[in-house]
Write a protein that binds this ligand. Sequence first.
Ligand code: FAD
Length: 374
Amino acid sequence: MRKEAPVHDVIVVGAGASGALAAALLAKAEHDVLLLDANRFPVRATCTDWLSPHAEDILKSAAVPTEAILGDPVRHCSMYLADFSKSIDPELPEKTAFLVDYGQLTQAIVRQFQAGRQGRFEDQTEVVEIRLGEDKITALLADGRQYLGKFLLLATGIDSRLVQQTGLSAGLAEGDGWWASAYSCPSGALAAPGRMDCVLAVGGAGGVGYRMSRDGRLTVGVCVEGSASDAQRELESLSDRFMQRGLLPSDWAEHARGVTPSRSAAGVALAMDSHVAKRTLLIGHVGGFAASYTNEGIYPGMWSAALASQVLIEALQSSVPQDTLRRFESLWRTELAGHLRAPFTDSQSILPLVFSNKQMAGKMVEAFHLGVNF
Ligand SMILES: Cc1cc2nc3c(=O)[nH]c(=O)nc-3n(C[C@H](O)[C@H](O)[C@H](O)COP(=O)(O)OP(=O)(O)OC[C@H]3O[C@@H](n4cnc5c(N)ncnc54)[C@H](O)[C@@H]3O)c2cc1C
């Protein structure tokens, strides 16, 4: 007799910080979760990322041990205008962002998920097609296998091909919009652990750049509006200016070679019509959950994952699951949307104030580190 294929409570596609965290929370609530990722794990991060201090609570709620993965908190933050004609060293808030290795972070969440009895993780497993039925969803793999689930969480990051199969419009379209690019290089004598420099008005009033120091390496990045080549040009030009001021080694270009800019999800969630398809929710970067101004996406992605898990836990017990799933849209708009909005509408007029008024500069730092609006 042919054995019936098991139907998992939830299939999560994508084990970045968002998908892995949702899987860990659902498994902690004793649900049967299958987590799939196309990449081979552990993934090696090439750059340092900054992570909101609020992320510590979300990680702890999924029982992820944080000591080893939350690196240096930022202890010094300078702010520069893009042409370096102005700078200021604002006072830091009591809690500042952590400088983290994203590969270590995702690996720690996946490990916590695997530690429970309810979860199964498969890396090097690409989902190529999804079918959304009335009672269950099907995930079809590149190798021809298929898995069944009651619900689907799409957390595929920048890759939005599967979103097109849900009937939802993907927020991360190709072409012009916000683009992010970053690289890292050895810091040598420039090492300054816990240091983050923020650069405002890169490639236009709303663009930002940064330089961060961790584990003997410097990471330089930008997030600018325009095209991929605009992002690359701004990254190179900003690196040149950092180098001229002795803040980057002279061989930085060797390390920046081959860097490919990525579409940024900055603020995209706010413009999307819906994140809820049949038995499916979109979370993290693919759902556009990144802060409009700073491109901070790890904490907003994990936050969207926590809200989605909450809704899925209810939907798994509901007699009208699709109605319950729809609650995700109102929930994230109430709780998380404020964090994603740009801190101000007219970036051009606020810039002179930031560099002449320490209080305003402090608010700008809070926007970077804590996503606080002003
Ligand atoms: C250059 C740059 C710098 C950034 N710096 C920062 C920063 O310093 N701080 C910050 O907070 N945010 C930063 N961000 C944003 C942040 O990286 C993202 O918002 C965050 O990684 C999103 O996490 P995620 O889990 O949604 O997606 P991801 O981390 O991208 O994970 C998606 C996963 O899905 C898998 N996947 C995709 N398609 C499939 C498929 N079909 N089948 C199976 N698996 C699949 C991928 O292999 C991947 O592992 C930066 C972004 C860029 C581009």
